[in-house]
Design a protein around this ligand. Structure first.
Ligand code: GAR
Length: 234
């Protein structure tokens, strides 16, 4: 059976699109049961509509507390058919979730962040890294815990940064990698190949062939470093 997932978005939803595309290509064995946006007009909702995926717009401003909003999301996700075998995927969801949410989906919520955690957590990961002047940044997929951008790391991808580049230059370079590592992480969960031991996420080897190593889009000879390596199809 395909892995049932709910995808939470707040904006453009390009990561949602990368998940939809991999499912439609038959390489990601998951089914999106529901897309939830906490922002009216989020383009991610248009993507859900276009692909016939159920969606809900739940405005957090309509709820008296974070907990009340989170409970509403839990109820909507459960009603849509994501049970304890499924996961919740935060794809550009710009909101901290409370224990009400995490307790309902224990160790089954993942997030993507556009920096190499634990550096540059928060809502401006790419710009914060560029402004700091780092030579390498990237993205991180991790399990979500009660601290922001903090839970056990599943996969990271690193790209070079050059002097004078700002967050707007860095963001698309990182986003291209996000679109590869996020569906891969979900597929590992679909295959039940991840185990969390303290903060360490172990990936069970399955002998799958590796994907071609991604280019880092900066110089013809520059590759991104992705670890664990992407498998064929991702
Ligand atoms: C992505 O870059 C994602 O990593 C980031 O928001 C963007 C959403 O883009 N998330 C965070 O910064 C979370 N702290 P998308 O809506 O096109 O997928």
């Amino acid at each position: 059976m395909s892995l049932p997932i709910a995808v939470l978005v707040s904006g453009s939803g390009s990561n949602l699109q990368s998940i939809i595309d991999r499912i439609e290509q038959g390489v990601l064995d998951a089914e999106i049961k529901l897309v939830v946006s906490n922002k009216a007009g989020a383009y991610g909702i248009e993507r859900a509509k276009r692909h016939g995926i159920p969606y809900r717009v739940l405005l957090h401003t309509d709820y008296p507390s974070r907990e009340a909003f989170d409970q509403e999301m839990v109820d909507a996700i459960r009603e849509a058919g994501v049970d304890e075998t499924g996961i919740v995927v935060m794809a550009g969801f710009m909101r901290i979730v409370t224990p009400v949410f995490l307790g309902a989906f224990e160790n089954r919520v993942i997030n993507i962040h556009p920096a190499l955690l634990p550096s540059f957590a928060g809502v401006n990961g790419q710009a914060d890294a560029a402004d700091y002047g780092v030579k390498i940044s990237g993205c991180t997929v991790h399990f979500v815990d009660e601290e922001m951008d903090h839970g056990p790391v599943i996969i990271q991808a690193a790209v070079p940064c050059q002097a004078g580049e700002d967050g707007d230059v860095l963001a698309p370079r990182i986003l291209k990698l996000e679109h590869r590592v996020f569906p891969q992480a979900i597929q590992w969960i679909a295959e039940n190949r991840l185990e969390i031991k303290d903060r360490h996420v172990e990936l069970r080897v399955a002998g799958r062939p590796c994907a071609e190593q991604p280019k880092a889009d900066i110089h013809p000879s520059t590759y991104a470093l992705v670890w664990p390596p992407l498998e064929k199809g991702f």
